[in-house]
Design a protein around this ligand. Structure first.
Ligand code: SF4
Length: 208
C-alpha cells in the first residue's frame, strides 16, 4: 500500500441520514506507544476540516478496505474516533476493525437515541446533556461523558472526574488515559467534566 498521512476507511451512506459520507483515518503521527506523546490515529477530518477535505478531493488519501487492512492502520495506536462529526454515522464494523488491534480508543456520540445510528456502547461514551439523560443511559448499560456546571453535580459512585480536567489536577491526557472508550475500558464509571477553564470548550466540542 502506498504510504499516506491519511486513508479513506469508509465511503458510503451515513447511518444517520443516508447521505454520502467518508471517514478518513489520519495516521500522520508516530506509532511508538511507549515514548511518543503525540501518537494518535485521528479519525475523520482531524487536522482542519477544509484542509482535509481539499486533500481528499485532490485524491491524496488512498482508500483501504477490509478488516485486516483497517485493523493494521490502528494497530498499536491510541485511536480517537470522531474528531470531526459523529462516528455513529459510520457503520460499527469499520470502527471495530480500526480498534481491534489498537492500544486503546476514545469515542463520544450524541446519536444513541437516533433510530438507525450505529451507536455501539462497547465503543462509545454517550454524550449526556442532562442528569436524567445520564441516568437513563446507565440503566441501559451505557457509560456517559457529561459536562457539568459545578463539581457538586457529579454523581458519586457513578461518575468520576475526567483526570485531565483542572479540578482533577490535570493528571493525564486522553492519549494516555483512554477511559472514554465505552464499555471496552476497565472502568465501569462514567466521566464528568466541569464546564470551565482551559480545555473545557475542547471537551465540549469533542463530546458533541
Ligand atoms: S482524559 Fe478525560 S476525556 Fe480523555 S479519555 Fe480520559 S476521562 Fe476521557
Amino acid at each position: 500500500m502506498k504510504k499516506a498521512n491519511a486513508y479513506v476507511i469508509y465511503d458510503g451512506p451515513s447511518q444517520i441520514d443516508g447521505q454520502r459520507i467518508v471517514a478518513i483515518a489520519n495516521v500522520a503521527k508516530s506509532r511508538n506507544t511507549k515514548t511518543a506523546k503525540n501518537r494518535s490515529c485521528y479519525v475523520n477530518l482531524g487536522q482542519g476540516v477544509l484542509i482535509t477535505y481539499k486533500a481528499y478531493k485532490a485524491g491524496k488519501y488512498p482508500a483501504i478496505t477490509g478488516h485486516d487492512a483497517i485493523a493494521a492502520l490502528g494497530a498499536g495506536r491510541m485511536v480517537r474516533i470522531g474528531t470531526y462529526g459523529d462516528g455513529a454515522a459510520v457503520p460499527s464494523y469499520i470502527w471495530e476493525s480500526l480498534i481491534s488491534q489498537a492500544a486503546g480508543h476514545t469515542a463520544y456520540s450524541h446519536q444513541s437515541g437516533h433510530n438507525g445510528a450505529a451507536f455501539d456502547p462497547n465503543i462509545y461514551m454517550q454524550s449526556a446533556d442532562t442528569e436524567s439523560e445520564a441516568l437513563a443511559a446507565w440503566q441501559a448499560g451505557r457509560r456517559t461523558f457529561r459536562v457539568i456546571d459545578k463539581i457538586d453535580a457529579m454523581i458519586a459512585g457513578k461518575e468520576i472526574l475526567c483526570p485531565a480536567s483542572e479540578e482533577a489536577g490535570r493528571k493525564t491526557q486522553c492519549i494516555d488515559c483512554g477511559l472514554c472508550g465505552g464499555n471496552s475500558t476497565k472502568s465501569p464509571k462514567s466521566i464528568a467534566i466541569v464546564a470551565h477553564g482551559a480545555g473545557a470548550g475542547n471537551f465540549k466540542r469533542k463530546a458533541a
